[in-house]
Design a protein around this ligand. Structure first.
Ligand code: ADP
Length: 409
């Protein structure tokens, strides 16, 4: 079955097309500057035809999608003869609220609900829906599946997701912790469980902490395959230090800054989401590669940013080990988690008391998926490259198969 996976942003559209039985990527690409006046571009790559780039204005997502379909069916650069070969489309949807605790078939009702949830994710759900609506118009008969970033965290217990605020804000306004990056945490923990099972661990009892460290960063505490806590909250701003987000701060800082800077909600939002994190501390870059380079060259603020970043991860490893009553595996993924041996090394330093010990040699040389712990250590430190698109394709295939079985019986 051929499955197209889409991640639709406000001005971009990322796509990957899979043969689901083999999980082979047939084609992938990125359409940029959708809805902007000019400079639209699609970078496309197919297993058969190699790389190509098309410069084209894309006034809306439907036109962008139409161009993507043309590229997918292009006689030289494409991967299929006709778009009717696509059996299903899987969409990344950021916020599923409390309603969507697993992947679902796209219906009118579901679209209304995701639209309603836009109050919780105003920057994400509306563009996600644009992609869904464009595909429904262009391919009306093809089943579409929504895979939610929040869904994997739905198993969190109440004590992990309720904020200590007046309770009515939860019941009336949905103010609670939801967590994000769920598709990535799920993908890597499933791989980690397989690795640990081969080493004699019982997957139903494993206590794993996953660290997704990219531009956005989050961690999850996962016991027996179920999330018991995660660092991002009602929005992605909570938790770890990120490229441009502050992560945890004293909430009263916002009122202090509001008074001192005469700042409104939009300014404060921009401060904690766009001007903080690595960028805020260094004053020059949100990119970990730059931060590491500057720190190695003796730049104090870059060294500080790196230390604060790693210290925050370390603190959460400790608190999640406490939450789960121990730790069997610590998993690193995401652009930083997969590539920065410096960050992994700093996070794992002096963690022997938790049964964790990194093998510095393996940490420097191995690529994931790999076990990079010292042989003698009790718990395992794993490097597992994430693949959210593959997870969405798997979910899409599963939802579509279930529906076919239900229809046949
Ligand atoms: P996104 O969250 O946007 O998907 P990525 O997962 O690609 O982002 O992660 C981007 C981050 O990964 C950036 O901070 C980048 O500097 C960092 N990164 C990528 N390669 C390396 C590397 N070799 N060493 C350190 N950091 C790296």
């Amino acid at each position: 079955m051929i499955i197209l996976v889409l991640n639709s942003g406000s001005s971009s559209l990322k796509y990957q097309m899979f043969e689901s039985s083999t999980e082979e990527i047939l084609a992938k690409g990125l359409a940029e500057r959708i809805s902007l006046k000019e400079g639209g571009k699609i970078k496309h790559e197919s297993a058969r035809g190699g790389k190509s780039e098309v410069v084209v204005d894309m006034p809306d997502h439907e036109i962008a999608m139409d161009h993507v379909f043309r590229l997918l069916t292009h006689p030289e650069n494409g991967a299929i003869k006709d778009i009717s070969e696509i059996s299903a489309i899987g969409h990344r949807v950021v916020h599923g609220g409390e309603k969507f605790v697993q992947s679902v078939l796209v219906t009118d009702e579901m679209i209304k609900e995701v639209d309603r949830l836009s109050v919780l994710a105003p920057l994400h759900n509306p563009p996600n829906l644009k992609g869904i609506r464009a595909c429904r118009r262009l391919m009306p008969g093809v089943p579409q599946v929504a895979v939610f970033d929040t869904a994997f965290h739905a198993t969190m217990p109440e004590h992990a997701y309720i904020y200590a605020l007046p309770f009515s804000y939860y019941t009336e306004y949905g103010v609670r912790r939801y967590g994000f990056h769920g598709t990535s945490h799920r993908f890597v923990v499933e791989q980690a469980q397989q690795i640990l099972e081969k080493q004699g661990y019982d997957p139903a009892r494993t206590r794993i902490v996953t660290c997704h460290l990219g531009n956005g960063c989050s961690m999850a505490a996962i016991a027996g395959g179920k999330v018991v806590d995660t660092t991002m909250g009602m929005t992605p701003a909570e938790g770890l230090v990120m490229g441009t987000r502050s992560g945890d701060i004293d909430p009263a800082i916002l009122f202090y800054l509001a008074r001192e800077l005469n700042a409104g909600p939009t300014d404060l939002d921009s401060i904690i989401n766009k001007k903080s994190g690595l960028l805020g501390i260094t004053g020059s870059s949100s990119d970990m590669r730059d931060v590491e380079q500057l720190a190695a060259g003796g730049n104090h603020r870059a060294e500080l940013a790196l230390s604060i970043f790693c210290y925050r991860v370390k603190k959460y490893v400790g608190s999640y080990a406490a939450a789960m009553g121990g730790l069997d595996g610590l998993v690193f993924t995401g652009g930083i988690g997969e590539n920065s041996c410096e960050v992994r090394s700093r996070v794992c330093r002096d963690m022997e008391f938790l049964g964790l010990q990194l093998c510095e040699e393996k940490n420097r040389t191995m690529r994931g998926p790999a076990d990079i712990s010292a042989d003698s250590a009790r718990g395992r430190i794993l490097l597992v490259p994430t693949n959210e698109e593959k997870m969405i394709a798997r979910e899409t295939a599963q939802v579509v198969s279930q529906i076919r079985i239900a229809q046949a019986s």
